[in-house]
Design a protein around this ligand. Structure first.
Ligand code: SAM
Ligand code: SF4
Length: 333
């Protein structure tokens, strides 16, 4: 699938739940949130059908996300189906990590079970190493669970583990170096993400926002100039650098300040309530659940996908069209 701006769509992010065991203020401000009713959520069978159709249309990379995907009952059985879908060659999951160390059966952690189900890459959110701050940012006292989850992921032997840190002035700008050291000690890729306008205005003020440029400057004041790695890419829009005198790689996701952010976008999103979103940073979304439940054939659903891709905007409108009412948890970050 290719849109009218030359974006080739090969990557589908699938949100399987809007629920979460945390309440990160920038994603899901507690006072705003109401869970979607169960019948408003795609069943796993429905989700698998849509993934198969996307794969027929050229999607080869899949990332399971949420909400917190590991809170949904039956997630493991669902994930086990994914590598068997013809065309899917790369399977990842995004998680806050808090449930990865949990045993799903005696002696088998969730992380190990996901790995043996065929998950190759796991992205784990970690904004701070400090337990108290973790509780302030996420609304839950689960720092230890998240850190054990990271250990379990390492033990499980994923091909790639990335830690994602959302940059927040006044919350974690003094932890950039400790987080880099934490990742270095474990051989993990660490990425710093700019806060995006998908929450309430109190959470997303100019005061909280810290650009990737500023984070890079702070990091360079400690380590010296970072060495650009323009040829290293994962599936997303991060730009990567090497920390001098080490083989460590760190990334920056400058959704707000990087004007080239959307150039190579290869993504489409399927929300847990059955909406196809051609772009995270645009309000455009198209309900594919209703026609599917009304009996649409595979061929009709294929045309639906192609039509949505055709409407993919040239770039996101976060900068021009600041809409803090949107909630990342409902979109699937
Ligand atoms: C919505 S979460 C879903 C997966 C999982 N619960 C997790 O926390 O990784 C996916 C990613 O979106 C990021 N995110 C959520 N709200 C954001 C915002 N307003 N700006 C930037 N990143 C955000 C989170 O930090 C996380 O790395
Ligand atoms: S960022 Fe992840 S962990 Fe935090 S509230 Fe959103 S979905 Fe939950």
């Amino acid at each position: 699938m290719e849109d009218r701006h030359g974006h080739r769509i090969s990557y589908l992010r699938v949100s399987i739940t809007d629920r979460c065991n945390e309440r990160c203020a920038y994603c899901m401000p507690g006072e705003l949130h109401e869970w979607l009713p169960r019948e408003g959520i795609l069943t796993f069978e429905e989700t698998l059908r849509l993934i198969r159709i996307a794969a027929e249309l050229g999607v080869s990379k899949l990332r399971v996300t949420g909400g917190e995907p590991l809170t949904r009952k039956g997630v493991l059985n669902f994930v086990r189906e994914l590598p068997g879908i013809s065309g899917i060659s790369d399977l990842g999951i995004s998680t806050n990590g808090t449930l990865l160390a949990r045993d799903v059966e005696p002696g088998l952690t969730m992380a190990a079970a996901l790995r043996s189900a065929g998950v190759r890459c796991v992205n784990i959110s970690l904004d701070t190493l400090d337990g108290e701050r973790y509780a302030q940012i996420t609304g839950r006292n689960l720092s230890e669970a998240a850190l054990s989850g990271i250990d379990s992921a390492i033990q499980a032997g994923f091909e790639q583990i990335k830690l994602n840190t959302v940059l927040m002035r006044g919350r974690n700008e003094d932890e950039l170096v400790p987080l880099i050291e934490f990742a270095a000690a474990r051989g993990l890729i660490l990425r710093f993400i700019e806060l995006m306008p998908v929450s309430t205005t109190e959470v997303l003020s100019e005061r909280n926002f810290m650009s990737t440029f500023e984070a890079k400057r702070l990091i360079e004041s400690h380590y010296g100039s970072l060495i650009p790695e323009p040829t290293f890419r994962t599936n997303g829009p991060a730009t990567y650098y090497q920390v001098p005198q080490r083989s460590q790689r760190i990334g920056f996701i400058g959704a707000m300040t990087n004007l080239h952010f959307c150039e190579n976008c290869n993504k489409l999103r399927l929300t847990c309530d059955g909406k196809l979103r051609p772009c995270l940073g645009s309000a455009l979304e198209f309900d594919i659940m209703t026609p599917m439940r009304a009996g649409a054939t595979d061929s009709e659903l294929r045309d639906f996908f192609i039509d949505v891709v055709d409407r993919k905007p040239a770039q996101h409108d976060f900068r021009e069209n600041y809409q803090p009412g949107r909630k990342m948890v409902a979109i699937g970050g």
